[in-house]
Design a protein around this ligand. Structure first.
Ligand code: ZN
Ligand code: ZN
Length: 234
């Protein structure tokens, strides 16, 4: 446990965001209650089709660079939102560990077997500077440990374009130039899992996958703790 978290948990132990039980930021039972029911799962991209393979419907597969997207939690649950908030403002290590624990459950075994590296979708530099940490990287490092697959930085931000407050059209447009590949020899011909905390439009994840594929990646899968619904489904 990182020093700051262990010091804090000594002074003030975590209370479950769901049931308030003392111990973890989210207990096993409450974490399980966040898991999306398989019959409620819709395509990560169009959020309409239920006929999905690895989280993407056939029509969307043709337009995607991603080979699959897996996510764990129902975004509409308050505990999900509180865990994501905790990542950004406090309790970051406790929250990222809980998320990594859940993510390892939603990736199919055959995908884990062929994956060579795990890599975080890098958070915009400005956000990292403000907070002092990159939450996606913390989840990625933790997940890599659980899966015994090396975590490597394979992507860097190509532009400092800030997504918060931008329109969807702007985000989609600018996402084309979001990332640059690093360590080409590690990317080429390999299957990679990219990690993020929350999927918003999906454009960012797809742009990251496109960048890795252009650099020679064989397959790219993405995992995120939750998928934010499109406005119309609210
Ligand atoms: Zn609980
Ligand atoms: Zn679709």
């Amino acid at each position: 446990m990182p020093l700051i978290d262990s010091a804090l948990s000594f002074i003030a132990p975590h209370h479950c965001l769901g049931c308030q039980d003392e111990g973890q930021i989210c207990c096993q039972k409450c974490l399980k209650s966040l898991q999306i029911n398989p019959q409620d799962l819709v395509c990560y991209n169009c959020q309409i089709s239920k006929d999905v393979h690895y989280g993407i419907c056939l029509a969307c597969q043709r337009k995607q660079s991603l080979n699959g997207v897996f996510w764990y939690a129902n975004y509409k649950n308050k505990i999900t939102k509180d865990l994501i908030k905790a990542l950004k403002f406090n309790n970051v290590h406790a929250s990222s560990k809980v998320m990594a624990t859940s993510l390892k459950e939603c990736i199919p075994g055959e995908v884990i077997l062929k994956t060579k590296f795990i890599s975080a979708v890098p958070t915009a530099n400005k956000r990292v500077r403000q907070r002092g940490w990159d939450q996606a990287k913390l989840i990625s490092v933790s997940l890599a440990k659980f899966l015994k697959i090396p975590n490597k930085t394979l992507l860097i931000r190509a532009s400092s374009f800030d997504q918060i407050g931008a329109s969807k059209a702007d985000r989609v447009k600018s996402s084309e130039k979001f990332f640059k590949p690093t360590r080409l020899s590690l990317i080429r011909d390999n299957t990679i899992i990219i990690v993020d905390d929350l999927v918003t439009t999906g454009a960012t994840l797809n742009s990251a996958a496109k960048t890795l594929k252009s650099a020679g990646a064989k397959e790219v899968y993405a995992v995120a703790f939750a998928r934010q619904p499109l406005k119309r489904s609210n």
